[in-house]
Design a binder for this molecule. Structure first.
Ligand code: NDP
Length: 283
């Protein structure tokens, strides 16, 4: 259900493996090529859900899921809703309760792959919700993404892990767009800075590994870096962008976080202390 770029790639992967697939989409014309390959186009969500025990849901958001499935509610009894629609953890939990109220079960999925990765062995999806539903549909889930990773019964947990990854993706990609904007303002192309950007991005995993144990131990010792040094550095980044006349919203937000760390008394701690500034205040 849902033939956006993701749903279309999923149906194509299932057809490649000789699955019999019924599809439904608000805009039926998007099903044309998939129907030509053997998919059956259902005229309504209820008729789509009625065909098989499992329905893969790939819609824009949960508001859309309710819009689509409310009308199909009587057909949901006994069905497994393999819901790969992006959601917050709370939305996913509410979706699971809503499904249970209609006699269905929801398995939440968070796909860690763009449409081009669907059907590929190296792609992965986190799932959470009833383990027996996951086990029963595992072969199908492994067609959609090679690695189907069950992370517990809480239907919100897969959504949490997914949003952690997606948050890193958007902010990291924005840092790359910022780098390109600054490079272009100085007469360089995106291609010119690609090797430098690759090296910088690849170095980050070493920093993750170095800081993780310290953070879990509550340690922010300023032995290899100090927030005050970082404060001066991020101000240089901000001024370099301002001097080049490019947008400074992103570097200014970074400076603001460092400044709040300084004001909270972390000047001589590692900049990892910003985790405490950014986290939920403890009582
Ligand atoms: P899109 O938003 O492009 O399309 C999803 C589907 O939602 C389409 O079939 C669209 O129908 C349908 N839809 C939207 N609004 C309504 C509505 N009011 N009523 C009925 N149907 C509606 O999403 P994607 O295919 O790109 O992604 C699907 C999900 O997967 C999203 O939750 C996304 O966050 C997630 N995701 C996407 C990735 C990506 O790279 N694209 C990567 C990982 C996860 P119609 O064709 O009629 O417009």
């Amino acid at each position: 259900m849902g033939l956006g770029p993701m749903g279309r790639a999923m149906v194509a992967a299932l057809l490649d493996r000789q699955y019999a697939v019924t599809v439904w989409n608000r805009t039926p014309s998007r099903a044309g090529d998939l129907v030509a390959r053997g998919a059956v186009l259902a005229p309504s969500p209820a008729e789509a859900v009625a065909v098989n025990e499992a329905a893969v849901i790939s819609l824009t958001d949960y508001a859309t899921v309710y819009d689509v499935l409310e009308a199909a509610a009587p057909a949901l009894q006994g069905r497994a809703l393999l819901n790969l629609t992006s959601a917050t953890p709370e939305e996913a939990r509410a979706g699971a309760r809503w499904a249970a109220g209609h006699g269905a079960v929801q398995l939440t999925g968070g796909v860690n792959s763009p449409p081009s990765g669907i059907g590929k062995p190296e792609s992965a999806t986190f799932y959470s919700g009833p383990r027996e539903v996951f086990d029963r549909h595992r072969p199908l889930l492994e067609v959609l993404t090679g690695r189907a990773d069950h992370r517990g019964e809480d239907p919100g947990h897969a959504a949490l892990l997914y949003q952690i990854g997606v948050g890193m993706f958007w902010t990291s990609m924005l840092s790359y767009w910022q780098a390109i904007a600054l490079a272009r303002a100085n007469g360089l192309t995106a291609a010119d800075i690609l090797p430098h950007a690759d090296e910088t991005a690849n170095s980050l995993t070493q920093f993750f590994a170095f800081y993780t144990d310290r953070i879990d131990a509550g340690e922010h010792t300023g032995d290899v870096d100090r927030l005050a040094m970082g404060m001066a550095s991020v101000e240089h980044v901000l001024r370099t962008n301002a001097d080049a006349g490019v947008d400074t919203a992103l570097p200014a937000a970074v400076v603001d976080l460092f400044r709040r760390g300084m004001e909270a008394g972390h000047a001589t701690d590692s900049f990892s202390a910003l985790v405490e500034v950014m986290g939920k205040p403890t009582d």
